[in-house]
Ligand binder design. Structure first.
Ligand code: F6P
Length: 357
């Protein structure tokens, strides 16, 4: 048996741990593993790949990024903009099939988020035996309670807030920290709670600048002169932000900039000194946390188990502390976003966090 593995989309702490897990478990069964470079692009003839074995993957679990390289655009992009699905060209799928046939690959593990798993599903529907492994720092995939990479991203946000806290308190300033999270605010929510943010602004809860400003004035009135605001890149005020909505183009829109807008508006409305820090790709790079290493390893092992059982078209999932699997279709049908009525949002409100609503 020879299996292939590729990762696609934005890189994410824990990708190498999945590669390590898949290779280790497959080698134990006597299977060979081929790693395709640069996502699905590596499937284009003649195939761009490397042979993975225990020696090649030794020591990679702790490394950020991916030894296979990745792309979040290209010939196989199946999702553009907010959820719009594009069909991968049939001739491109045929090329991938040719490569897999020539290399005698019996199964393909696709490690990716919403867009890459949508491509994986299209390949499966075209007859390629695909197993999906959920990857995204955004934690926005349906049908799995969490994805690897999320904990590492949250840890970066908490670390940044810890640092901003001391400088903000020293100068009696307001600090805005802009995080990733285009349609789902999980990173901002969990990072904000863990890092003790006073205001958390999410794509799921449109905010009012005046309510945010009022909460800062209330804090000042009781002697709390510094405030930490976390804003997800996809958050927006209830009335909308025309200059951001207009920023389009091909592929996924590049977000970012809401932090500066919040900084200006809050400074103007409160008269306080406000600074903005955009965390950007710092929350995607670097070593995975131990939680993500373990989760990614378990995901890789489950992918091999699913192949051994011939259960293709399924994605590895995590629910109630157990690694399991679901049809890929269930994971990519819609994004998993923060429920404004959820217990975790209520808990944040209970300790005085303002969501600007
Ligand atoms: O989907 C993961 C993600 O990190 C988003 O949160 C972010 O908007 C996007 O990728 C950034 O992509 P790029 O690396 O192409 O700028």
């Amino acid at each position: 048996m020879r299996i292939g593995i590729l990762n696609s989309g934005g890189d994410c702490p824990g990708l190498n741990a999945v590669i390590h897990g898949v290779t280790g478990a497959a080698n134990q069964l006597g299977w060979e593993v081929i790693g395709f470079r640069d996502g699905f692009e590596g499937l284009l003839p003649p195939g761009d790949f490397m042979v993975l074995d225990r020696n090649r993957v030794q020591g990679i679990m702790k490394l950020g990024g991916t030894i296979l390289g990745t792309v979040n655009k290209g010939n196989f992009a199946a999702k553009r903009g907010a959820g719009a699905v594009a069909e991968v060209a049939p001739e491109t799928i045929e090329k991938a099939k040719t490569t897999l046939k020539l290399l005698e690959i019996g199964a393909l593990v696709v490690v990716g988020g919403d867009g890459s798993l949508t491509t994986g599903l299209q390949l499966f529907n075209a007859g390629i035996p695909v197993i999906g492994v959920p990857k995204t720092i955004d934690n926005d995939l349906k049908a799995t309670a969490t994805t690897f990479g999320f904990d590492s991203a949250v840890t970066s946000v908490v670390d940044a807030l810890d640092r901003l806290h001391t400088t903000a308190a020293s100068h009696k300033r307001v600090f805005v920290l802009e995080t990733m999270g285009r349609h789902a605010g999980w990173i901002a929510l969990y990072g904000g709670i863990g890092g003790g943010a006073n205001v958390i602004l999410l794509p799921e809860i449109p905010f009012d600048f005046e309510k945010v400003a009022a909460s800062i004035r209330e804090r000042s009135a009781i002697g709390q002169h510094s405030t930490l605001i976390v804003v997800a890149e996809g958050a927006f005020p209830a009335g909308g932000l025309p200059e951001i909505e207009a920023a389009g183009g091909s592929g996924e829109d590049r977000l970012g900039g809401i932090g500066d807008i919040v900084m200006r508006e809050i400074g103007r409305r409160t008269g306080k000194e406000v600074r903005c820090c955009t965390l950007g790709h710092l929350q995607r790079g670097g070593s995975p946390t131990s939680l993500d290493r373990i989760l990614a390893t378990r995901f890789g092992v489950m992918a091999v188990k699913l192949i051994a059982e011939g259960r293709f078209g399924r994605m590895v999932s995590y629910e109630s502390y157990r690694v399991d699997s679901v049809p890929i279709e269930d994971a990519v049908s819609a994004l998993k976003t923060v429920d404004p009525e959820s217990e975790v949002v209520a808990a944040a409100r209970a300790i005085g966090v303002c969501f600007g609503d």
